[in-house]
Ligand binder design. Structure first.
Ligand SMILES: [Zn+2]
Length: 251
């Protein structure tokens, strides 16, 4: 195991048994998506198909934003970030740029975290946060900018403010929205990090490695991007200025 990466804890036995009992009961219930007649899958609120969509896209029924829409929103955000708004003094604007740079710097990972893919697979496994660090290290090693990833997070957040609705059967709107935004922003990083899945453990056979799921890693990357954006422009950026009305015209 890599000493730099935090490992996950095993689930206690009693909890595993409780979960089994819950699953047995849950499987008798219908999927929470209106109009879907399938039964729920394991512990999910959804049937197998909707569960997979929820996991992959952060929503069982909503069509996620297209890359073209997100690019357009990024253009809007770049203009917003690089033009001092009316009433914003020169000093505050300079501070804002400095904060943006500092936020990018906070996201930097040590180059030695860009470990081969096989390190991420296998029991007991690392935490999603640790795997997110590895993907970010590869993303950075390939010369991609943290600022571009932060910008993507903001574009998805803007899109979600206008188009996202709480998935059926889910009770926490804010949690679901963040989950969705983090997932899609994280995808931007994992696609560009693209490090080789084929590899060899020392002395082992050559094989293609898989992690236990990209969705969790993507959300963990997105959570780091969310913190960086909050550090740079606070949580209220989305409600300031004409951003939302300008975004509405683009999507
Ligand atoms: Zn369903």
């Amino acid at each position: 195991m890599n000493a730099l990466l935090e490992e996950t804890q095993r689930r206690p036995k009693e909890r595993a048994e409780k979960l089994r009992a819950y699953i047995a009961e849950n499987r008798e219930k219908p999927c929470a998506v209106p109009g879907c007649n399938c039964l729920r899958d394991d512990a999910s609120t959804y049937c197998n198909a909707h569960r997979r969509r929820y996991r992959e896209h952060g929503h069982p029924t909503l069509t996620p934003p297209t890359p073209a829409k997100l690019k357009a929103l990024e253009g809007l955000l770049v203009r917003w970030l690089s033009e001092p708004a009316e009433g914003l003094s020169g000093t505050i604007f300079a501070d804002r740029l400095a904060l943006w740079d500092a936020a990018q710097a906070k996201l930097m990972k040590p180059a030695r975290l860009a470990v081969p893919f096989f390190v991420l697979s296998g029991a007991p496994g690392y935490t999603q946060r640790a795997k997110a660090d590895v993907f970010l290290a590869h993303f950075q090693k390939r010369g991609h900018s943290n600022g571009a990833a932060m910008l993507r997070w903001m574009a998805v957040r803007l899109w979600a403010e206008l188009r996202f609705y709480t998935p059926p059967g889910k009770q926490k709107p804010a949690t679901e929205l963040n989950r969705f935004v983090n997932l899609h922003a994280g995808k931007f990083v994992t696609r560009r990090a693209a490090f080789r899945r084929v590899g060899q453990t020392p002395g082992g056979p050559k094989r293609t490695y898989k992690t236990d799921g990209m969705a969790g890693i993507r959300r963990a990357i997105g959570a780091q991007l969310a913190n960086a954006v909050e550090f740079a422009v606070t949580k209220d950026w989305i409600y300031g200025g004409q951003l939302l009305s300008a975004a509405q015209l683009l999507i």
